[in-house]
Design a protein around this ligand. Structure first.
Ligand code: PAF
Length: 282
């Protein structure tokens, strides 16, 4: 069985021993309830590092007061099996008390890149993400850390944070893993009932339509957003949170597509908020 470590002091000790042997360390930060998307991150990390730590922590500071923190799916047994199959060396599974002292007051804040998309609809979310990722980077001191491109704004923010705060860590963005019918894999897909699961295909369909328009030469974001909006509105179970096209580095909206962009959407299917995106050019 893969070792499961709950304390910061214990994980630090193990990493110290690995580093003393000259071994490289990869980190895959997760909130658990792992799926094929996480597995692909772990497998990539295993290929590129001597040891791989998977952190499994549902981080309270990145959830808003009305969000699904209490309901967020958890299954440590499943997670440890998947980590072991994927070849990880260790699962770091701390408690909230281990990560945040009762009088905790220090946060890492990202300006500009966190203003739009999920940052706009989930105030405080990226402050929580940057804070926990900083803490994990200090605890694990990985050579490389792996993040999925499904959370594209998160990836851009972490890359910028690592550059701005001089972390000596290589950030690796990994491709979105999809179900056969196109739905991006997500732990939140488990919230969907069968009717909602079918309706959720509207996200990848809208993005394919947007991409098709780009291939045909459309460069006006307003027109692209309207096309995707109209498509999603055909699905009665869907409610758009945002559809936006932003500069892929600054995460700021663009009017005309004359540079690399990220086209990102967030849509509620029933009560479940799903996100998906594509980069242009890919
Ligand atoms: O992408 C996630 O699962 C989380 O935002 C992360 C990076 C593990 C931080 O809690």
């Amino acid at each position: 069985m893969i070792p499961i470590v709950n304390t910061i002091s214990e994980v630090r000790q193990l990493i110290k021993e690995w580093k003393a042997q000259g071994l490289s360390v990869g980190l895959v930060p997760t909130m658990g309830f792992l799926h094929e998307g996480h597995k692909s991150l772990i497998e990539r990390a295993v290929k590129e590092n001597d040891r791989v730590v998977v952190s499994d922590f549902v981080n309270p500071t990145q959830f808003g007061p009305k969000e699904d923190l209490a309901a967020y799916p958890r299954d440590l047994n499943w997670d440890s099996q998947l980590c072991e199959q994927a070849g990880a060396s260790l699962l770091f599974y701390p408690s909230a008390e281990e990560m945040y002292a009762s009088d905790y007051t220090t946060y890492v804040n990202m300006e500009v890149l966190g203003e739009e998309l999920c940052g706009k609809s989930r105030p405080g979310h990226f402050r929580g993400v940057c804070t926990i990722v900083t803490k994990l980077f200090h605890i694990i001191t990985p050579n490389r850390a792996y993040f999925g491109k499904k959370d594209a704004q998160q990836l851009a923010i972490i890359q910028r944070m690592v550059r701005d705060l001089n972390f000596d860590i290589e950030i690796i963005g990994c491709p979105i893993i999809r179900e056969e019918d196109g739905l991006a894999k997500s732990s939140r897909n488990t919230y969907l009932n069968s009717e909602e699961r079918k309706a959720a295909l509207i996200l990848s369909q809208a993005l394919s339509l947007g991409k098709q328009c780009l291939v045909q030469g459309e460069r006006n974001t307003e027109s692209l957003i309207t096309t995707m909006t109209d498509w999603i509105k055909k699905e009665p179970l869907a409610k758009i949170d945002y559809i936006n096209i932003v500069d892929s580095s600054s995460m700021q909206p663009v009017k005309i597509i004359d540079r690399p962009v990220l086209c990102a959407i967030a849509v509620y299917i029933g009560k479940t908020r799903l996100i998906d995106n594509f980069y242009w050019p890919e």
